[in-house]
Every structure is written in C-alpha cells, then in structure tokens.
Unconditional design. Structure first.
Length: 718
C-alpha cells in the first residue's frame, strides 16, 4: 500500500526523523487539526457531540465531498462515454431515417350534415335513422379494418398501425370541408395512392355502416311482422269458429255503436282514476313531511344573539381604530384578538347548547298544511269526476242491455282481428321501407377533391439530431454516475469522513504490497503520535484501543505498526491483540499461552507475553465465548494495571464490532483513547454509523479515524 504522503524510496528511520527531540515532551501539530480536550477518555456526566453529523435537507449539500465526487465521476467516465456513444449512434440512425425525403398528399371530403334525414324525407320513407356526429364519423375513418384494406390495396410495406399515425384529418367547426392528409410516405406515388384509397375506403365504410343499420332494422321489422301475422291468423280462425258455431255473419250497427261508446267511456274512466290516485299519493307525501317536521324552530335573527351584536359592534370599532391609529397599533391588535376569541367561542358546540334560544312556530309546516287542504279539495273534485264517469258507464250498459250477448262477443272478435291485421300491414310496410332505405346513399362524406400531387419535406431535426442525442447521452451518463457515486455506501476519502462524522481523519493509507506496508503506515503513526502527545498525560502508560467495524479492515496491521513506531522512539511498548482471528504480523512461537488462559487464571504473565521487534506482544488465541465475562473479573483489572505500570505505551486491538460488540465496547471504555480503522473495500456508512451510535450511547469518543486501502488518487490528509 502506498500513501500520497508516504516515504521516499530511500531508507527511512524514525529515530533520524525525531533526532534531538524528547518523546516525553509534546510535539507541534498542524493548525488545521488541533487536539481537543473532548477527545480524551469518556467521563460520566460530560456532554458529547454525536459522532455522526445529522443529515437534513439543509445540510445534505454540505455533507457531499465534492473532490471525491469529481474523482468518482472521472473513474466512471467510461459510463458517460459509453452512453454518449450509444446515444450518438442512435442519433445517426434517426438522422438517416428522418433525413430521407418524405411526401404528403391531401384529399378533401365534404361532410353532409343531416344527410340521412334529408334522404329519407325526400324518398317519403317512414324509417328513421340517426346520423353519426362529426367527431364519431371522422374517428371511424381511422378504423383498423379500413387501414388494413388500404395496406392491401396500395401494397405499402408497413403495418396498419404504422399507417394509422400517418393519416390525419383536419376540420373546422365553421366549415363542412374535411382535409384528409397522409404524410411521411417514402414516395410521391405511394402518398397519392394512399390518400385516395383512405378516402375511398372511409366513404365506403361509412356508407356500409348505414346500410347495415337499415338491413338490421328490416330484419327486425320482418320478424315482428311474422309474429303479428301469426296473431292475425289466430284471430281470424277464432272469428270464423265463433261465426260457424253461432251461425252469425256480421255485427249490427247498434252493437258497433255500443262498443265504440264503451271504449270512449273506459278511456275517460281510466284517466280520471289515474288523476285521483296521483292526488292521493301527493297528499300522503305531504302529510308524511308534516309529521316529520318539528313544531317549533329556533329564530336565528340578528337581534336575538348578543354575541353576534358584540362582534358586529367590535368590527365597526376596529375599522374606526385602524383608520385612526394604524393597523399595527397595540389597541388595534388587542381588538382583533378579542374578535377572534368571540368568533371562536360562538363556533364551539358548548356555546350553542348554553346560549338563550328563541323558538317560533315552524312556518314551513304551516304552509304545507295549507297546501294539503288545497290538495284535499282538488281530490274531492277528482272523486266526483270518477263517480260521474262510472255512472255514465252504468247508464250506457243499461241503455244497451237489450242487445244480444252473442252480437257483443262477435264484435269483440271482429275488433281483435281488425287490429291484428292493421299491425301486420304496418310492420310489413316498415320492413319494406327499411329494405328500400338500405339501397339509398346515406353516407356522411362525399369526395370533394382527390389527391393529385404530394409535397416533399425533410425532418427539421434530422441535422441536429446526432448532436442532441450526444448531449442527452452525456447528461444521462453524468446523472447516472452522480447517482451511483452518491448512493455508494463506502467510505473513500478523508474529506468524506470529516463531513460525515465529527471526529477527524488522521490519515489515509494507500493500498500497497506487503513489503511497503510499514512505510505506508508511517505517516499515519506520526500523525497519531503528534495528536496523542498534545493530550494530558495519564498516570502510567498511555493505552490506545484500535476499533473497526468488520474483520479485515486493517486494525491488526495498524496496531502492530503503531507499536513498532512507539518502540522505535525508545518508548517501551506493548501490543495486546484481543481479536481471536489470526494476526499476520505476530508470530506466536515465543508464547506458550493466550490472553484467555491468563484471564482464566491458568497461565502466568511470562507464559502470555512474547517479544517481537522490540514490542511486547499479547495474543488472544481462541475465543471461548466468555470474553466479556472474563473482562469483568479481577484478572482483567490486574492485567490492565500491570500493562500501565510496566510499559510507556499500550496498543490494544479490539475484536471487530460486528463480531463481538460487547467486548469491543468494554475495551474502548477501559482504555484512555480509542481509534477507529475503516477500510475502503469493506467499511460502509450504514455499518460504521450503527457502531458510532453504540459508541455515542456508551459515551466513547474516538480520537479519530484512519482510512485504510484508500485510492492513491484520493490523497490522504494528515
């Protein structure tokens, strides 16, 4: 891994760099990253700033790392180039297609208003056919069946749907002329042929529409005529059978007069009864309404409401005060508040229930009662009319009581037979008229002028379409890259860390080979040393815990390199690894036991400690699952006290936060300071944010964060 501020290719020595300096004295640090007193170990009762900065719509723009965003766009530039190239290619294809000459032909149609009524009235036909409206008739010109016929007749190489959007109709409400246009055709001859064929097929389809209507009406009339003919035959057979049985030939004149009089009286009686029944229903409805109405209603007059009078008087006084003192005068504002309070009081249900109410007789109920009296008087007239017609019917029957009953029955048979024959003749005549109507020309349109020429045109956007497509592709690619970069949850730069979190980024370590790792971590260790020397010195050794969210973030590498750095400065240093995972920088050949055995009382101090590159090392060999319980014991306190008394600096590597959150949080609380290590390839904002929320709840504030395996072009800020 190689950092932008890393050492040169010449050999670098920590002792040479800090020659002539006293490690016990604080070193000067850069003004851009001063040490803060709040970065010491947490103390109960102290107020802390949350580790994560709150994200709001107002601060969302400020939390964006613009340099890193620019680097991300540059890294994803191939997406922009690819989308721009694809869009430009599509633009060229569109230019080729739109750049071809296109032809448009026009034909004129005449819309004949009320054509069906005019044709039927001139022919003396009794059939009525309702014509289509202008909009419906025009829309039928674009029917799929018509377009399919046009495609087959003209032999154009396109589907009916493709021809459909090329056909357009234009008409004015003030004019009866319809302009039919067929455009975007590949040749002049095809455009002319298509326009004429669309007009011809549309007119023929419109004519067939009315012809089919007439044929359907004729078939319906014919079916009704057949049914009426069957009834007429049955009536004739019944009449013949009655005449044969009773030996009667015809009905005499007196019987016909009696039947005609009875028909007239029956019609008058039926009408009188209908009027009487309607009046009865009307009276019943009014009486039901009167029964449901209250006898008294509240009088909502202005004078009977004192609060309304006060509001009215206050509004008049308010207008006068505004004119005299101005709208912002305290007295005016007080009057406005008083009026609002009175209106609020009047709107409350409790006020409506408690205020004094004045009840008066219901005027609507009195009016309905008067109306019922009038209707009852009219109903009496209707009853007398019904009685009068019934007496006329009885008198008529008594007058012709001498007529033979057989003559009356024969007259009824004659009447039914005559009515059936009349209905049959009427239906047969209507069917004949409908068939004659089918042969008439009732089309809504008439070809006024066919297409003879076609105008040539080219696409207006054909020349600039590739440029527009290129611009659109570039913008779309840029927007896509911006979305991908902004939604990327990984931590990528020091600027991004310091915008998202309230702790500083002590440095970034670039990805490098194993042999260059010590040199890559050297600037970060130097920055940490400078920051820690500015903090108040604790009693005994300084104890630093190294935290990370996930295994593999690089905390083991940083912990050992930091211990080597302090040891190179002449400080007696210890590196304590509580991570049960393998540590590639520690060789456990010199140790006989792990930390877990010491905490369990099964091993001595000398069995646990081993030396590697002038650093006293301690390693947790295996995780038995009871590490948090062991940390609560006296052995852990004795272990930490021994480390503080024997060494000048202790670097403690905690377990990964997602693996053992409890142990990591306890170790951070036991140490003087803590440091967070994040990896570009592993750590994400949701994981780190969840861990930082737990640290906030525990009152732990790390000194800062180190970004491991960062891109070399990102640049580390130390």
């Amino acid at each position: 891994m190689k950092d932008t501020n890393g050492p040169s290719e010449d050999e670098f020595s920590v002792r040479d760099q800090f020659a002539g300096t006293d490690p016990a004295k604080p070193l000067s640090v850069r003004p851009a990253a001063p040490a803060q007193a709040g970065e010491t170990a947490p103390r109960p009762g102290g107020s802390r700033i949350p580790l994560r900065r709150p994200v709001t719509p107002e601060t969302a723009i400020q939390l964006i790392d613009w340099p890193q965003l620019a680097r991300g766009l540059r890294r994803r530039l191939w997406i922009v180039v690819l989308l721009a190239a694809v869009a430009a290619a599509l633009g060229l294809v569109g230019r080729i297609r739109m750049g071809r000459p296109q032809y448009e032909a026009r034909a004129s149609l005449l819309y004949r208003v009320d054509r069906q009524k005019q044709v039927l009235s001139s022919a003396g036909n009794t059939v009525t056919i309702k014509g289509l409206s202008r909009g419906t008739a025009l829309s039928l010109l674009h029917r799929g069946t018509n377009l399919k016929k046009v495609v087959e007749q003209v032999s154009v190489d396109m589907s009916p749907a493709e021809l459909g959007w090329r056909v357009q109709t234009k008409s004015d409400k003030q004019s009866e002329i319809v302009l039919l246009r067929v455009g975007f055709m590949p040749s002049r001859e095809m455009a002319i042929a298509a326009a004429n064929e669309v007009a011809r097929v549309g007119i023929e389809d419109n004519r067939d529409f009315y012809r089919n209507q007439a044929v359907q009406m004729a078939e319906q009339f014919k079916r009704q005529a057949d049914a009426a003919s069957a009834k007429a035959n049955a009536a004739r057979e019944a009449l013949t059978a009655f005449q044969t049985q009773r030996q009667l030939l015809e009905v005499d004149a007196e019987t016909k007069a009696f039947l005609d009089s009875m028909v007239a009286v029956s019609e008058r009686l039926h009408a009188a009864r209908i009027a009487r029944d309607a009046q009865t229903v009307r009276i019943a409805n009014y009486q039901r309404m009167i029964k449901e109405m209250p006898d008294e209603v509240v009088r909502e007059s202005f004078e009977d409401n004192p609060l309304k009078r006060r509001i009215s008087n206050a509004e008049v006084a308010l207008m006068d005060a505004r004119t005299r003192y101005g709208p912002q005068n305290p007295r005016v504002l007080q009057m406005e508040d008083s009026i609002r309070e009175m209106r609020r009081t009047m709107a409350e249900p409790a006020y409506n229930e408690s205020r004094e109410k004045v009840y008066v007789p219901n005027p609507d109920k009195q009016e309905l009662r008067m109306e019922v009296l009038r209707l009852e008087a009219e109903q009496e007239v209707f009853n007398r009319s019904v009685e009068q017609v019934e007496r006329q019917e009885a008198d008529l029957k008594a007058k012709y009581a001498y007529l033979p009953q057989q003559q009356i029955e024969l007259a009824g048979f004659h009447e039914r037979h005559t009515a059936a024959e009349a209905l049959c003749r009427s239906l047969e005549r209507s069917a004949a008229d409908a068939m004659a109507t089918a042969d008439l020309d009732m089309c809504d349109f008439e070809l006024l002028e066919s297409a003879h020429t076609a105008a040539m045109s080219r696409g207006k956007l054909a020349s600039v379409l590739p440029i527009l497509a290129l611009i659109f592709g570039t913008i779309a690619g840029t927007v896509l890259c911006l979305v991908l970069e902004l939604t990327d949850p990984r931590l990528k730069s020091a600027g991004q860390i310091e915008r998202l979190y309230t702790i500083p980024c002590l440095g970034t370590v670039s990805a490098s080979s194993d042999s260059a790792i010590p040199a890559a971590f050297l600037p970060v260790c130097r920055s940490l040393y400078q920051r820690m020397t500015m903090l108040p010195a604790p009693e005994g050794a300084r104890v630093l815990s190294v935290l990370s969210a996930l295994p593999g973030d690089g905390k083991s590498t940083f912990a050992f390199q930091a211990a080597r750095y302090w040891a190179a400065l002449g400080v007696k240093t210890a590196c304590v690894d509580f991570d049960p995972g393998p540590n590639p920088w520690l060789s456990q050949a010199g140790s006989r036991s792990g930390i877990e055995e010491y905490l369990a009382g099964k091993a001595a101090w000398d069995d646990v400690v081993f030396s590697q590159e002038d650093v006293a090392c301690f390693k947790l060999r295996q995780d038995s699952g009871d590490l948090p319980e062991r940390m609560h014991g006296s052995a852990m306190r004795r272990f930490m006290d021994t480390l503080r008394s024997r060494y000048g600096c202790v670097i403690v590597e905690s377990p990964a936060w997602v693996s053992d959150e409890v142990s990591a949080r306890m170790l951070a609380g036991m140490t003087d300071h803590s440091l967070w290590v994040a990896s570009v390839s592993l750590s994400t904002r949701p994981v780190v944010g969840k861990a930082f929320d737990a640290l906030d709840r525990a009152g732990i504030h790390p000194l800062g964060m180190i970004l491991n395996r960062a891109s070399s072009e990102g640049g580390g800020r130390l």
